[in-house]
Design a protein around this ligand. Structure first.
Ligand SMILES: *[C@@H]1O[C@H](CO)[C@@H](O)[C@H](O)[C@H]1NC(C)=O
Ligand SMILES: *[C@@H]1O[C@H](CO)[C@@H](O)[C@H](O)[C@H]1NC(C)=O
Length: 225
């Protein structure tokens, strides 16, 4: 009796799994393979380049702020950034993709909408991680860091980087530069690109002694391994 039960359960399971494997896979919303994709650079530049033999592993839509301090000369100097990165790998090959930084930027300007969305989502499975600045390894200045340790459940899933190259945004001077950043520490990526930037530039001048300002921006970040 027992073996009959066991074998009927096995037959039922086998039948179910053959049906299940014949069904189309459910759509994925995050964690899609982007190894054959990558950023599109303006054709008239050579400063930014995908590293040979390296493939994209993550693509994150970043939204947050660029911080600036006012120098004695009355101009703003970069003082780091704080942003959150969201996994957009599953729409990276759709026409919508290029519009995402603009969309994220306009949504972000409605801060209350964003905060209620994130409260509703709780721990958001689309969140790849955080971008912020830390003291540079030399002890002088600050370095950009991308921290995916929570989403990747690994203490090494971060990259502390250094700027390797930059170009002006082809979409206009109101947008922060496009960047290539190289790994200094961490196992998340060898190279990070910031492209398709939206806003984030400071005003042209400031009153010396005035407070730090935070300028909202959005951008697309690619992580190559
Ligand atoms: C490339 O073209 C963009 C406009 O399409 C222009 O803003 C930029 O200065 C050019 N860059 C170089 C290196 O010629
Ligand atoms: C940048 O500004 C944000 C608030 O706008 C703040 O939370 C963050 O600590 C600032 N970062 C730095 C490095 O000043």
């Amino acid at each position: 009796m027992r073996s009959f039960m066991t074998s009927s359960v096995l037959v039922a399971l086998a039948a179910f799994s053959s049906v299940a494997s014949a069904l189309p896979a459910p759509p994925k919303f995050f964690g899609c393979d982007v190894s054959k994709l990558g950023p599109t650079f303006p054709t008239n530049q050579t400063a930014l380049a995908k590293p040979a033999g390296s493939t994209a592993k993550f693509v994150g839509l970043g939204a947050g702020v660029q911080n600036y301090t006012c120098t004695d000369a009355g101009t703003y100097a970069s003082a780091g950034a704080v942003a959150q990165l969201y996994d957009v790998s599953c729409i990276a090959s759709t026409p919508l993709f290029k519009m995402l930084p603009d969309m994220a930027f306009s949504l972000q300007s409605r801060a209350s909408a964003i905060s209620s969305i994130s409260k509703t989502l709780g721990s958001n499975p689309l969140k790849l991680g955080d971008h912020y600045f830390v003291t540079a390894p030399s002890g002088t200045g600050i370095s950009p860091k991308f921290d995916f340790t929570a989403s990747q459940k690994s203490a090494d899933a971060f990259v502390l980087a250094a700027k390797a190259a930059n170009i002006a945004s082809p979409a206009g001077s109101a947008n922060v530069d496009w960047l290539q950043l190289n790994n200094v520490q961490g196992a998340l990526a060898k190279t990070v690109f910031r492209v398709d930037t939206k806003a984030g530039q400071p005003p042209a001048s400031c009153t010396p002694g005035s407070a730090l300002i935070s300028v909202p921006y959005a951008a697309m970040y690619w992580f190559f391994v």
